[in-house]
Design a protein around this ligand. Structure first.
Ligand code: NAD
Length: 289
């Protein structure tokens, strides 16, 4: 189907551009851009994510290090590691894989990462800068969604956009990015009334909920662009999004599949943020990506 947005291909092209910029940085700075990932505990999904991030970094010619801490790590020990990474000039980006074990204060941990090295874009200073329309490191998943919409040629200016989900990681930054691009944005969530009718008015529909096949064909306006952020397992254990792809795809103007849509973009945008952070910290000026 021609309306299916190939996130894998868009991500691969972005990763190539990032690799070029990483090589240019290394030639100038005498060292590659570096990403340090902190993983606390043994959550199996987190282990896979962290491994994939490290591998993607190396493929793009960047240095990567994974710091694995035991599940019973104290707040002080984690803070000490972060302080060390902040002081290290060769560390351009730091991310702490979430979720953290319950005894750790996530808010305090995220605030300890300097905004200039905050490649996840979760520090309050980056969140504020994003909403103010200033230069910021932007959360990877919503940024990847914007890149996919641009790739598909979707006009955002003046478009009616509905985002389902209001998390700090996806829904809220997605809203800021679409407002910046002059869309008219509605953020829906678990308490929203008449959700199906609301979604059916959207030119651009972003589903970021975490409920398999929540969005059916009657939720979608003919010709709408549908971006599916959700990652769920269906009854047979198959990976599916928040959108009923088979039902919605014939009606949508453009749609992302799961897998192979937003997912690959998240990692590519993390690499982009790392090379951007390195570039900015070195004072090399504007970076075209
Ligand atoms: P979250 O649990 O933090 O937020 C979910 C949001 O959905 C909440 O704002 C909630 O109000 C809303 N919601 C829940 N039930 C609803 C309902 N029935 N109707 C309308 N809204 C409802 O989740 P998150 O971290 O934002 O992630 C959302 C989904 O995206 C998950 O499936 C997650 O796995 C996936 N995700 C994918 C990527 C990626 O790279 N592809 C990255 C991050 C998250």
């Amino acid at each position: 189907m021609t309306n299916v947005i190939d996130g894998k291909a868009v991500a691969a092209a972005l990763r190539l551009r990032v690799a070029e910029r990483a090589a240019a940085f290394a030639a100038r700075a005498g060292r590659p851009p570096g990403l340090d990932v902190v993983l606390v505990g043994e959550d199996p999904a987190s282990q896979v994510y962290v491994r994939n991030k490290g591998r993607a970094c190396e493929e793009a010619g960047m240095r990567s290090a994974i710091h694995r801490l035991p599940a019973d790590t104290t707040q002080d020990a984690l803070s000490a590691l972060l302080d060390r990474l902040m002081a290290d000039e060769a560390v351009d980006g730091v991310l702490v894989q979430l979720p953290l074990p319950a005894h750790l204060d996530e808010r305090a941990v995220l605030a300890r990462i300097e905004p200039s090295k905050d490649v996840d874009g979760f520090h309050p200073a980056n969140v504020g800068a994003l909403w103010l329309g200033r230069e910021a490191l932007v959360p990877c998943t919503p940024w990847g969604c914007v890149r996919l919409l641009d790739h598909a040629g979707v006009k955002l200016e003046g478009a009616r956009a509905v985002i389902v989900g209001r998390s700090n990681i996806v829904g809220k930054p997605m809203a800021a990015l679409l407002i910046q691009r002059s869309a008219t944005v509605t953020v829906a969530h678990s308490r929203t009334r008449d959700l199906a009718e609301l979604c059916a008015e959207a030119d651009v529909l972003i589903a970021a909920v975490g409920r398999a096949k929540l969005v059916g064909a009657d939720w979608v306006k003919p010709g709408a662009a549908v971006i599916d952020v959700g990652i769920n397992r269906d009854a047979e254990g198959k990976l599916v999004g928040d959108v009923d792809f088979a039902a919605v795809a014939p009606k949508a103007g453009a749609i992302t599949p799961v897998p192979g849509g937003v997912g690959p973009m998240t990692i590519a945008c993390l690499l982009e943020n790392t090379v951007r952070a390195a570039w900015r910290r070195a004072g090399y000026g504007a970076l075209d990506l």
